[in-house]
Structures are given as structure tokens and as C-alpha cells.
Design a binder for this molecule. Structure first.
Ligand code: KIV
Ligand code: NA
Length: 265
């Protein structure tokens, strides 16, 4: 495979080819995602929710993110692998942000990092970029700030927040980010931002005008079933398929059907 790079993503935007991005947190899943030719694999801090069962993304640690990222990296031959800097690993000062990003790059072998926020984290992003580490931005609904928002509803519906988001996007492009995730904002704002910057935007609940799309793999596969936002398209109902398969296994064990003569030594 020809590897996807930060440069190929910017080229894809220029050529009008949409970018596909999907999360993965472990070796087996990442192998399947990479073989299916997803362009970017995100080791998201959504691992805090879907892997660890926490209610928010706040509790996951840098060590835990590195564990997930190194598992993913061992599986991937083609995709660009981006890793979230978790809550608390970059907000207090730019030096700590750089140390955290370096740990991710060195200890997992990841290709880039993602940080949530705009002007508030400008100095941290600059420092990480200065060290030669590619940075993806993340604006709109930034789940690490959920207690500030108080709700998971659509962001930047009002003029003031929309203007700040546009300024943040332009600033992130200017300092050298290679892409920006836009989460849960109006489609019209995604369009405006995407047309105003030359680096690709990747939407989740941001509508069809983003330069690419991202979903959490558990949601796409239908493994999660209580989470039903409008933006989510489920491509399978894996929750039911897995429940059925596991129930059949249990009943085959109970009924002595499994293992059969042929399934023993
Ligand atoms: O952690 C995550 O999965 C993310 C994406 C939803 C953008 O940040
Ligand atoms: Na995230």
C-alpha cells in the first residue's frame, strides 16, 4: 500500500476527493479498518466511553491512550494514524503539551496528534508543531469541555460562537495544522469554514460540506444502541448479531451440542 500522509490529505481536498476517517482502539479492529482503505484512523479519547465505559472522555489517561495507539499502530499499513491528546495532558502549559505529544509519538509510533480547542491552546499547538509533530485541530462540540457546555447539543448556532469558530479555524490553519475536525455544528457553518481554509475539515455531525467525515466505529457497526444522534448512520446492527451468536453458543454448550465429535481430539 501507498501510505496516507498529512500531505496526501491536503492534496485530496485540492482534488475534491472526500476523506474517510474512522476510530479504532485495538489491533484486531484496526487491521480490518486499515484493510478497508479508510484514509485516517483516529485513536480517539472516545475510547474512554466505548472501551472503558466511562460517561465522558475526561477520565482516560495519557498512558491508556498510548496503549490503545500502540495496538493500532501494529495493525496499520496504509492509513494515517492520529491520536487524541487526552484531557489534562495539554491544557496547563505548552511545555507539558509538547511532552505529552512526544510521549505519544515515541511510545506508540503514531503519525499525528489531535487537540481540542482554538485560541486557548494556540501556544501549545505551536510548540508541538515546532517539534515536527503534525497536529489536527478539533472545534465545535469538544467533548473534553462537556461540563462547560452542560449539554451535547449542536454548537455555534449563534453568531458570536460561529464567528469565534471561524477565527479559530483560520488561526489553526495559519500556525500549521494539517486538518480540523468540526463536531456537531450547523452544515452552513461547516461549508463556510471549509471554503475559507485550504486544509481539510473532517466533520462529525457537521453535514455534507466538510472535506471528510469521521465516525466512532462502534456507532457505525451498531455495537452501541442507546446512542442515536441524527448524524449517525449505522451500517450494521452488530449488537443484535453478536447477541444472537453468543446466545446460540450458550445454548449449544448447555444442550451438549458443542463441541461435537468432529470438534474434539
Ligand atoms: O474521540 C473521538 O472519537 C473523536 C471523534 C469523534 C472526532 O474525537
Ligand atoms: Na476525541
Amino acid at each position: 500500500y501507498k501510505r496516507v500522509t498529512v500531505k496526501s490529505l491536503v492534496d485530496m481536498k485540492q482534488q475534491g476527493e472526500k476523506i474517510s476517517m474512522l476510530t479504532a482502539y485495538d489491533y484486531s479492529m484496526a487491521k480490518i479498518v486499515d484493510a478497508a482503505k479508510v484514509d485516517v484512523i483516529l485513536v480517539g479519547d472516545s475510547a474512554s466511553n466505548v472501551m472503558a465505559g466511562h460517561e465522558t472522555t475526561l477520565p482516560i489517561t495519557l498512558d491508556q491512550m498510548i496503549y490503545h495507539a500502540s495496538s493500532v499502530i501494529r495493525a496499520v499499513n496504509r492509513a494515517l494514524v492520529v491520536v487524541d491528546l487526552p484531557f489534562g495532558s495539554y491544557q496547563s502549559d505548552p511545555k507539558e503539551a509538547l511532552r505529552s505529544a512526544i510521549r505519544i509519538m515515541k511510545e506508540s509510533g503514531a503519525h499525528a496528534v489531535k487537540l481540542e480547542g482554538g485560541i486557548e491552546i494556540k501556544e501549545s499547538v505551536k510548540r508541538i508543531l515546532n517539534a515536527g509533530i503534525p497536529v489536527m485541530g478539533h472545534l465545535g462540540l469538544t467533548p473534553q469541555s462537556i461540563y462547560k457546555f452542560g449539554t451535547y447539543t449542536v454548537r455555534a448556532k449563534e453568531e458570536e460562537e460561529a464567528e469565534k469558530l471561524m477565527e479559530d479555524a483560520k488561526m489553526l490553519e495559519k500556525i500549521g495544522c494539517f486538518s480540523i475536525v468540526l463536531e456537531k455544528i450547523p452544515a452552513a457553518l461547516t461549508k463556510k469554514v471549509s471554503e475559507s481554509i485550504s486544509i481539510p475539515t473532517i466533520g462529525i455531525g457537521g453535514g455534507r460540506h466538510a472535506d471528510g467525515q469521521v465516525l466512532v466505529i462502534h456507532d457505525l457497526l451498531g455495537m452501541t444502541h442507546e446512542f442515536n444522534p441524527r448524524f449517525l448512520r449505522r451500517y450494521m446492527n452488530l449488537y443484535e448479531e453478536m447477541s444472537d451468536a453468543i446466545s446460540r453458543y450458550v445454548s449449544d454448550v448447555k444442550s451438549l451440542d458443542f463441541p461435537s465429535e468432529e470438534e474434539q481430539y
